[in-house]
Design a protein around this ligand. Structure first.
Ligand code: AMP
Length: 190
């Protein structure tokens, strides 16, 4: 099963992707994590994207499409994967569909984590207080990330809606309830 976890930054995609990885053996393919790993390693790609992540803008489509295709071809994705933070633009979604089609696969379901955006900012402030904030977790950057989400990523709801693939889950519910709602959606479809 190939699944996209969809929602604005801070909606809990990473948390749920890790749970799905553990419970269903579907690897979490997080482009954000992959890019941060490149930055941490000081690779040429990392140096190229560092500033873009710091500002909360999107790295070029071709870059993320390339890293996702490489990652997806590793053997642990044979039974599918959880796409977390990818796709983020229509061009990325089209490239993902084409990449999967070329491998006789497809996106089976898109889980939309619906959240109240005002509360997302307060979650970030909480992470800053707790000292668990990421480098791009400051109120300025988060505001930009939300703006980028609205402009470039939210249109994907229409793209996947037309394919009849979206299941909406209340992302404001407690983590275990969100996990349960996703599990029911997957079991009824898969
Ligand atoms: P995330 O961890 O998913 O919130 O991603 C952190 C940052 O990495 C984003 O703000 C972007 O700068 C970059 N990024 C991650 N995934 C993508 C993507 N699919 N397309 C473009 N940029 C991305």
């Amino acid at each position: 099963m190939n699944l996209v976890l969809f929602g604005p930054p801070g909606a809990g995609k990473g948390t749920q992707a890790k749970i799905l990885q553990e419970k269903r053996g579907l690897p979490q393919l997080s482009t954000g994590d992959m890019l941060r790993a490149e930055i941490a390693a000081g690779s040429p790609l990392g140096r190229q994207v560092e500033d873009i992540l710091a500002k909360g803008n999107l790295v070029p489509d071709a870059t993320v499409i390339d890293i996702i295709a490489n990652r997806y071809d590793r053997p642990d994705c044979a039974k599918g994967a959880v796409f977390d933070g990818f796709p983020r633009t229509i061009a990325q979604a089209e490239a993902l569909d084409a990449m999967l089609a070329a491998r006789a696969k497809k996106i089976d379901i898109v889980v939309e984590l619906k959240v109240d955006e005002a509360i997302l900012l307060s979650r970030v402030e909480q992470r800053i207080k707790e000292g668990t904030a990421r480098a791009d977790d400051n109120p300025e950057t988060v505001k930009n990330r939300l703006q980028v989400y609205r402009n470039q990523t939210a249109p994907l709801l229409d793209y996947y809606g037309k394919q009849g693939k979206i299941v909406t889950v209340d992302g404001m519910a407690p983590i275990a309830d969100v996990t349960g709602a996703i599990a029911s959606a997957l079991d009824s479809r898969g």
